[in-house]
Design a protein around this ligand. Structure first.
Ligand SMILES: [Mn+2]
Length: 294
């Protein structure tokens, strides 16, 4: 930005979400991870999601736009991370073989190996959830600098466990969005005994669909158990479980209710989302709150 712009004008401009180049959270673009403490990365990938309707690759671009709305300080912690750390937008993982899930996963691993070697902490915007496989292959386990060669623990928020072994591939994708939480344990990169999967809900394909997670040794907190425990006890469970294991947090937006997080995974959610949004819209508008769904 030009030096001619005063500090007060800059502050004003940075609150205008439509202004300037939409990097993640308005960070400077920095392609060299050795210049960063925290590396923000877009991973525009959608062939690992195991459906025929794929648009998750549009995620990083969309988040670059909306993240300009984010306020930059944390009042509760009295923290301005943007001043205490070197945070930059590294751009997107190059994925020229975009329709080849397995090749894309390897591209991600190559990209994150450079981040790991530099010692920067990555924060990634997907993309479908298969990206976790590509990332963890680079930053956890033997030889990884970020974990000191140790296995990592997962704190995994999701409506699904993504640890499925009942099928060998999902529409041809092997390291898919449905498989990563299993194969990363099998590969010795993740320690399930210190990991928690939380938020699982809905009807799976078979009654034993979640069995792989418990067989592997994950602590699973489905949404029903979370409601019984409540937030305080759940936080305590998570803290004790993870201990001092190097932690990787991964968040699938479908762990949120579609009414508060719309536009996620069109293929499953659209019908339910439209019906529910209309239901809640009518409830607010109509005097009789006992009106059922339309
Ligand atoms: Mn999910």
């Amino acid at each position: 930005m030009s030096d001619e712009i005063s500090d007060s004008d800059r502050l004003m401009l940075e609150s205008l979400y439509w202004w300037d180049v939409p990097t993640l959270f308005r960070c400077p673009i920095e392609r060299d991870p050795s210049e960063l403490d925290i590396a923000l990365v877009g991973v525009p990938h959608s062939t690992g999601n195991g459906t025929t309707e794929r648009d998750q690759h549009l995620g990083p671009r969309a988040v670059r736009n909306v993240s300009a709305l984010a306020r930059r300080v944390h009042t509760e912690f009295q923290l301005d991370p943007w001043k205490s750390c070197r945070i930059g937008d590294m751009g997107d993982v190059p994925l020229p073989e975009a329709n080849d899930n397995e090749r894309c996963i390897e591209r991600m691993t190559d990209f994150y190996r450079k981040i790991d070697a530099a010692g920067a902490r990555p924060v990634s915007i997907g993309g479908d959830h298969a990206i976790t496989g590509g990332i963890i292959q680079a930053i956890a386990g033997e030889g990884a600098k970020l974990t000191g060669g140790r296995q990592a623990a997962f704190l995994h928020f999701d409506a699904h466990t993504d640890a499925f072994e009942q099928i060998p591939h999902f529409l041809g994708a092997k390291k898919s969005a449905a498989h990563w939480a299993a194969y990363l344990v099998r590969a010795g990169l993740i320690d399930p005994s210190h990991s928690v999967q939380i938020g699982m809900r809905g009807n799976p394909r078979t009654l034993d669909w979640w069995k792989t997670s418990s067989d592997l040794g994950y602590e699973v907190v489905p949404i029903k158990r979370y409601r019984e425990l409540g937030p305080e006890k759940t936080m305590q469970l998570i803290t004790e479980r993870i201990g001092d294991t190097p932690l990787y947090i991964t968040f699938d937006l479908d762990c949120m209710d579609p009414t508060v997080c719309p536009g996620v995974a069109r293929s499953h959610a659209t019908a339910a989302l439209c019906a529910r949004q209309e239901y809640y819209r009518r409830r607010r508008r109509l005097p009789d709150a006992d009106q059922g769904p339309p």
